[in-house]
Design a protein around this ligand. Structure first.
Ligand code: 5AD
Length: 363
């Protein structure tokens, strides 16, 4: 039964729902198939992005997020340029080869300029070799363009939920949280030549497997290059906390998240898929499991230790880097689960380059 779905050349919405609802035995078959697809198209490597959460100051008020503007509890921080650059230098010197810069969402000329200047400095300190992913929310075309010019080659903007009515249950209904603007931003990023990533939260209140199947088809249709998605985890100081009793148990949210990773790997064979931190919040070995069945990117947190507590998106968010580092002077092989860590390799999305090379040929 499940084998016949897995061998189809394209998966329908109904097929994906069936995979998401697969029982334990069928899930093993799904995972084994996804692992094979990963090995064939991506190999056994896993690539690193040193994650720097450089500010938790946020202008948005998303109902799920612990650093939402209206939450008075978190101590707001904004790392100094020196602290950010020293974390970037750490990633460079330890052969991570890529960085992810993430922050709360702010739109201002000063913020645009600051990130732009940091990007130039990061290129300088790494002789232009560090791959940089930005995750700083919705911005204007001009801002995205300037950041690209300054050295960011990838951008991660999660759609969070690709169904408009679900999206609107998770966000205030106003211009600052417009669903169509978020979609528009994703199109802009693609158009400007970023390796473009998106993702969703899994196990949200009101969310069904039909929604999740559509999320995967949305990613396929948008033809994304990268994905970061993970389980929804409660935060007590947010509006969604009131729905705590309606949620799937944590273990079920974890299993569903792993299924999402496996199915996405089957649907989009050569994109980059992250084993996200939220998985680790449920189980210390969840990221290894995700890597075994489809994920190929890890984002170890290299934010200076004293600030890690304050980037508190959800309960039980892991704080440690929890990843081997490699000294440039003494390179050695290291593994994460069964995957070899791609030290020194920036691990661009193969999908992005395949797409662009084939369109070059068409020209
Ligand atoms: N549970 C899981 N993920 C969350 N994020 C924000 N709040 C939560 C939560 N409560 C995710 C969002 C956002 C990313 C930075 O963190 O998907 O895009």
């Amino acid at each position: 039964m499940i084998a016949s779905i897995l061998h189809k050349s394209s998966l329908s919405h109904a097929d994906i729902v069936q995979l998401l609802e697969a029982n334990e035995e069928d899930t093993k078959v799904l995972f084994a198939h996804a692992a094979k697809v990963k090995e064939q198209y991506i190999g056994k490597k896993v690539y690193l992005r040193g994650l720097i959460e450089f500010s938790n100051i946020c202008g948005k008020d998303c109902y799920y997020c612990g650093i939402r503007k209206s939450n008075q509890k978190p101590k707001r921080f904004n790392l100094s340029d020196e602290a950010i650059l020293s974390a970037a230098r750490f990633a460079y010197e330890h052969n991570y080869a890529s960085l992810a810069l993430q922050s709360g969402e702010l739109q201002s000329p000063a913020f645009t300029k600051r990130v732009e200047e940091l990007l130039y400095k990061i290129q300088d300190l790494s002789q232009g070799t560090l791959g940089v992913t930005l995750s700083c929310g919705e911005q204007s075309r001009d801002t995205y363009q300037r950041w690209k010019q300054a050295g960011a080659s990838r951008y991660l903007l999660r759609i969070e939920a690709s169904d408009q009515s679900l999206y609107q249950k998770l966000h205030p209904n106003n211009a600052l949280h417009s669903f169509s603007q978020r979609i528009e931003s994703l199109h802009l990023l693609k158009e400007l030549g970023y390796q473009t990533g998106t993702g969703v939260m899994i196990g949200l209140p009101f969310q069904t497997t039909a929604h999740l199947a559509n999320d995967l088809l949305f990613m396929q249709q948008l033809d994304i290059d990268m994905c970061g998605m993970g389980p929804y985890i409660l935060h007590e100081d947010t509006p969604l906390f009131q729905y705590a009793s309606t949620l799937l148990p944590l273990q079920k949210r974890l299993e569903l998240s792993l299924k999402m990773v496996a199915i996405l790997r089957i649907l989009m064979k050569d994109i980059n898929i992250a084993a996200t931190t939220a998985l680790q919040a449920i189980s210390p070995t969840a990221r290894e499991r995700a890597v075994a069945i489809g994920a190929n990117v890890l984002m170890p947190n290299i934010t200076p230790g004293s600030y890690r507590d304050d980037y508190h998106l959800y309960q039980n968010k892991p704080k440690s880097a929890a990843i081997a580092t490699q000294d440039t002077e003494h390179p050695q092989t290291a593994f994460f689960g069964n995957a070899e860590i791609g030290f020194g390799k920036c691990g661009d999305s193969p999908h992005f380059f395949r797409k662009h090379n084939s369109s070059d040929k068409i020209k």
